[in-house]
Structures are given as structure tokens and as C-alpha cells.
Design a protein around this ligand. Structure first.
Ligand code: GN1
Ligand code: MG
Length: 383
């Protein structure tokens, strides 16, 4: 996978679908061309260009919500509308770009912010930010710092939202105990007869069962609070200015729900510290690069340090290990179930992704003391 998300040409049928969808939104100009943006394992994303009367070209993003994953796409849209409105209104009022801002939704011509196609898929339309890229692999520490800074700013911007008005669109999304137990069920059932080939992966995960309860127990004990969080802080969910490497905007708000701040930071460690793609088969390329981790910690504490409590800070490095283990569990579950959740482009891809995550857990384990020492140093300096 290239470092940035590539676009792909689409066939005439999909071209027509995208044009028809575009027609239903309040976009300006004549439809010229749609392309698929190959990013994310869940939704289908397209970019379409429109020619304005003066010849200029305007681009928009159209995205279909995956109904297999999001059972209630209308609830997803309710959350996205709420959060988008809240954040962008605030950023505008402050006239201050924190990088935690997000995209704008364009209204449908009949009102509301979504349209439904003949197959029942729910689509939304966002502005396209020019000269920005999303990275699947971080290229330098500035990008890592910026991404973490932006997600910290995002958490700050939504911190005053009433969590009770946000709909839990995927209940127990990051409930690591439930994720573990679900894997155990699938192992017992082995519906596709694939278990024999993944014994080593199963053993690795089972040897770490106790990890899955650690943050849940801290939360139950009231030591870490429930906050409104992004929940999918993959590095490719932040748009970065191609020239300056500055984070411009946080995207993919579909899983904004009450959660733990540490889940967000953990997913940054998972996706921003390794120089290898998530499905890289050469595991020797999978690394937890300490300079990237340090940049993440600095960026995140610069925007989130003011509201995180001491326990949250103490578990920053651990959160990377836990979320990477969680995602390994989810990829393995999906592989054993027959690849029903994450999109795959080749057979065995979910197993490759799982092996890759397991390797990253190993890498984190090997460096956890150093990671914790760095966080502790930052914490002391901040006091
Ligand atoms: C999915 O859609 P995308 O690629 O941003 C998944 C995340 C996983 C991630 C693994 C709704 O995110 O939870 O961490 O893949 N999103 C959903 O790469 O399940
Ligand atoms: Mg996503």
C-alpha cells in the first residue's frame, strides 16, 4: 500500500451512480468525473469533480455508509451532524484553527444531510480539501506530532458535548473483553475450518487475555472517565497539508461515541509508529519506532494534557499495546468468520493484518519500559 491513499478509476456504472448521487446534493456545476478513494476498510468513498460556469473545477467527497457495520446509518448521520456542527461552529467562533476541526456536510437538495440510493445505501457529501493528503504510513515525526495534536484538539472540542445525546452506533465498539470473548466463540465454532492454520496467533492472543480487562477495570473503578471520543484515530483519518505537513482536519466521525481517551491514543500508536503497511507480510518491517511514539506523546499532551488525569497519562504506552491487540483480535475473528466485516482485496488479507498487529504488539512489549519512561518524563516536566 502506498503511503498516501490512492484513487482508483471507476467503471461507467459506478460513474453513473456517483453522478446520480451527486445530483441529489446541493453541489454546484456540471459533473465531470468520479474516482474511488481507496481508504478505509468499511465505507465506500468517492471523489467527484464538477465544472463551474467560469471553468473552475470544484471537488466533493461522496461516501456510502456500510450498513453491514453500521446497522443504523441514520443514527450515524445524526451523530456526524451533531459533532460536525458543534466542532466547526466552535472553531469558526474562535477563529483559531486547532487542526481538530472536521469536514463540512453538504445538504441534500430535499433537505437533510443524506440521500438513499435504490439499493438502500445511505450517502453523504463532504467538501474536498485541496492540497491535503491522508497517510497510511507516517513519513516523519512532524506528521506524527501533528496527527496526535489534532486528535487531542478534537477530543478537547467535543469535551463539552452532552454524551447522552450521542447515539451508541456500535455498542461495545472498543470493549476489549467482549472482543476477546467473541473471538473465543468463533474459535470454538470455527465456521470456515480455518482454525488449524492460526494456532500460533490464537496462542499469542490467549497468553495476553488479562490485558483486555485492564482499562475496563480502571473505568469501572472510576479511575479513568468516559469521554466523547473519536474511536477510529487511524493515522489516515487525519488530513495533512501536503506542503507543510500540518494537520488540517480530522475525518471519519462515524464512530464518535462515548469512550476512553486512551482508545484514541492507542490507535495512534498502532497506526503511526510502524513504517509498514497494516497488511505487510514481511513482518521484519513492522516496528514500533520510538521517535514516532515520542512525537505522538508530545503532540497529544500539547492539546489533551490539560484535561487528561494522571491515570490516563500513565497508561498512554499501554493503550498502544491494548488497541493493537484488540485490532489483532478483530482481524483474526473476521478471518475465522470468513471475512465478513473488513473489506479485503485478496484472500488471507485479514490474517496478514492480524499477524502484522501481533508483531507490533511484540515490538511494543519490547519497548514498553522505555515508552513509559518517556511519558513519565513528560508528565514530570509538565507539572
Ligand atoms: C476500520 O474504516 P476504517 O478503515 O477507518 C474499523 C476500525 C479499525 C480499522 C483497522 C467502523 O476503520 O475500528 O481499527 O478498520 N472501523 C470500524 O484498520 O469498524
Ligand atoms: Mg473509518
Amino acid at each position: 500500500m502506498p503511503p498516501t491513499s490512492p484513487t482508483r478509476p471507476i467503471n461507467p456504472q459506478v460513474q453513473k451512480l456517483v453522478a446520480d448521487i451527486g445530483n441529489q446534493f446541493a453541489v454546484q456545476g456540471e459533473f465531470v468525473l468520479g474516482e474511488e478513494i481507496d481508504s478505509g476498510h468499511i465505507n465506500s468513498t468517492y471523489r467527484a469533480s464538477y465544472r463551474l460556469p467560469d471553468g473552475a473545477v470544484e471537488r466533493y467527497i461522496f461516501q456510502a455508509i456500510n450498513r453491514n457495520v453500521f446497522k443504523d446509518p441514520y443514527a450515524v448521520m445524526t451523530n456526524v451532524e451533531l459533532v460536525t456542527h458543534h466542532i466547526n461552529g466552535k472553531v469558526l467562533r474562535r477563529k483559531h484553527d486547532l487542526g481538530g476541526q472536521t469536514l463540512n456536510l453538504f445538504p441534500a437538495r430535499v433537505g437533510g444531510f443524506w440521500v438513499e440510493d435504490a439499493q438502500g445505501a445511505v450517502w453523504r457529501c463532504y467538501n474536498h480539501i485541496e492540497d491535503c493528503v491522508t497517510y497510511n504510513i507516517v513519513e516523519n515525526e512532524r506528521q506524527a506530532y501533528q496527527a496526535a495534536h489534532a486528535f487531542g484538539a478534537f477530543q478537547d472540542l467535543v469535551s463539552d458535548l452532552d454524551a447522552s445525546v450521542i447515539i451508541d452506533t456500535i455498542p461495545d465498539f472498543h470493549n476489549t473483553r467482549k472482543r476477546y470473548d467473541r473471538l473465543a466463540e468463533i474459535i470454538a465454532a470455527d465456521p470456515c475450518g480455518r482454525l488449524e492454520s492460526v494456532r500460533a496467533e490464537v496462542d499469542f492472543i490467549q497468553a495476553r487475555e488479562t490485558l483486555v480487562d485492564i482499562l475496563l477495570d480502571l473505568a469501572a473503578a472510576g479511575q479513568i472517565p468516559l469521554r466523547v471520543t473519536h474511536n477510529d484515530t487511524k493515522i489516515n483519518n487525519v488530513m495533512i497539508d501536503a506542503q507543510t505537513d500540518e494537520a488540517v482536519c480530522v475525518i471519519d466521525l462515524d464512530t464518535v461515541m462515548p469512550g476512553l481517551a486512551l482508545y484514541d491514543f492507542g490507535d495512534l500508536i498502532r497506526t503511526a509508529t510502524s513504517p509498514a503497511a497494516e497488511d505487510e507480510q514481511d513482518l521484519s518491517k513492522v516496528k514500533m519506532q520510538m521517535p514516532m511514539f515520542e512525537a505522538l506523546v508530545r503532540g497529544y499532551l500539547d492539546t489533551a494534557g490539560g484535561f487528561l488525569n494522571e491515570t490516563e497519562v500513565r497508561y498512554l504506552a499501554f493503550s498502544g499495546k491494548l488497541i493493537t491487540l484488540e485490532v489483532a483480535i478483530r482481524f483474526l475473528t473476521d478471518y475465522l468468520e470468513g471475512d465478513v466485516y473488513f473489506k479485503i482485496h485478496r484472500p488471507g488479507q485479514n490474517l496478514d493484518r492480524c499477524r502484522n498487529q501481533i508483531q507490533l504488539v511484540r515490538e511494543i512489549e519490547a519497548q514498553e519500559p522505555a515508552m513509559n519512561a518517556f511519558v513519565e518524563l513528560q508528565r514530570r516536566q509538565a507539572r
